[in-house]
Design a protein around this ligand. Structure first.
Ligand SMILES: *Cc1c(COP(=O)(O)O)cnc(C)c1O
Length: 376
């Protein structure tokens, strides 16, 4: 059993993939070839966002909007404590200070109330200036963006939808939720992945769009030798765009297949494991299917034992994330105590990600659930 089965998907669309790759080899425009623009148009259509710019990775898709806003030393950037490192790493790279916000136990996403409190604290202390908020759609589920935007109260919001492309919340679609700009990743194991690194930025703001387009190509003006800003080489390869096009064709079907797998898990998991819950009016892109082990002192040791038992049966599992951001060595100088963000800390000790991809069969899901029952 695969944790994420990219081969099953590949054999389904192999002809289309090869035709697309061949066509790039034939025209030879490896940088900013026609497939890049085609993909951006398709992504704009899929999300409803007016401007889409692809870029070299999800990490660059976070970096470029922060650069466009001039985020740097003296700025506080509010990020969830429970996320992938890049969300906090990019503001820190620019010299800003990540301010960690706790997540909600059910959605595992940044809570609007915790965000409001963190913003109020930073304003009260008066040392840092609020620069940006980066809510994350963890494991495939969008945060309540309406509540987050209200709490942000005018502070620029960058939606990190690297894991939740394709998800919806109260009629809003990931990457077009009202945030100033959104970022996604096409890392191979994400819900929509290419065969290398890739990412995209989405906005409805014309001015910001023009700046993002410039920054991803060395701060270009009317051409790439008319440099007007300090930018980066942040372009997506034409080959990656060509690979994403046939994958996007089957993406809506894959989202439904992932929901089916989630339904099978929900029905067959041992009752002692806490299942993920989708609030009413939301859909998930199920980047991960995560369960929580019982809330005991030795939860993380028990989790190790469960993983070991499953490995014996060739069932791969993963821990996303074993260390919340505020406990990472790299952020030790910020002076957080582990218990400052108790929900993130608790999740990091109990969470376990199970195999999840659109090509899992019901009997495989039931096999995982049976193995978990025995291991517990
Ligand atoms: C994967 C991921 C990123 C980074 O994307 P890359 O394409 O790997 O650079 C950023 N944020 C979150 C939440 C992610 O899961």
């Amino acid at each position: 059993m695969e944790f994420v089965d990219l081969k099953a998907q590949q054999s389904r669309i192999e002809n289309a993939l090869r035709a697309r790759i061949d066509s790039v080899l034939a025209h030879g425009h490896y940088i900013m070839g026609p497939e890049v623009r085609e993909l951006e148009q398709r992504l704009a259509h899929f999300t409803g966002a007016s401007h889409v710019y692809t870029c070299a990775s999800g990490t660059d898709a976070l970096l470029l909007p922060l650069m466009a806003w001039g985020i740097g030393p003296g700025h506080a950037v509010f990020v969830p404590a429970f996320t992938f490192f890049a969300t906090a790493e990019m503001p820190a790279l620019l010299g800003a200070t990540p301010v960690f916000v706790d997540v909600e136990p059910v959605t595992r996403n940044m809570g609007a109330e915790s965000l409001e409190k963190a913003i109020a604290r930073v304003r009260r202390e008066g040392v840092l200036k609020p620069g940006a908020v980066i809510p994350v759609g963890l494991f495939g589920q969008l945060p309540n963006m309406k509540a987050i935007l209200q709490a942000a109260n005018g502070i620029p919001v960058l939606e990190d939808s690297a894991q939740c492309f394709g998800a919806t919340h109260s009629g809003l679609r990931a990457c077009n939720t009202g945030a100033d700009v959104a970022a996604t990743s096409f890392f191979p194991a994400k819900p929509l992945g290419c065969y290398g690194d890739g990412g995209a930025m989405f906005t409805n703001n014309d001015e910001l769009a023009a700046r993002l387009d410039s920054l991803r190509i060395h701060g270009k003006g009317k051409d790439k030798y008319d440099n007007r800003h300090i930018g980066i080489n942040g372009r997506m390869d034409t080959l990656q765009a060509a690979i994403l096009l046939p994958k996007l064709d089957i993406f809506p079907q894959e989202l439904m297949a992932r929901q089916q797998v989630a339904n099978w898990y929900k029905a067959a998991l041992p009752s002692r494991l806490e299942r993920p819950v989708l609030p009413a009016g939301t859909t998930s892109s199920w980047a991960q299917y995560t369960v929580l082990l019982p809330d005991t002192e030795d939860a993380s040791a028990r989790r190790d034992a469960v993983q070991q038992a499953l490995v014996q049966l060739h069932i791969p599992t993963q821990v996303y994330y074993p260390t919340p951001q505020h406990c990472l060595t790299v952020f030790a100088h910020l002076g957080y105590r582990p218990e400052d963000l108790p929900v993130s800390l608790n999740l990091s000790r109990r969470i376990l990600a199970l195999p999840m991809h659109p090509y899992l069969a019901q009997n495989e899901v039931e096999c995982v659930c049976g193995a978990l029952q025995d291991a517990l």
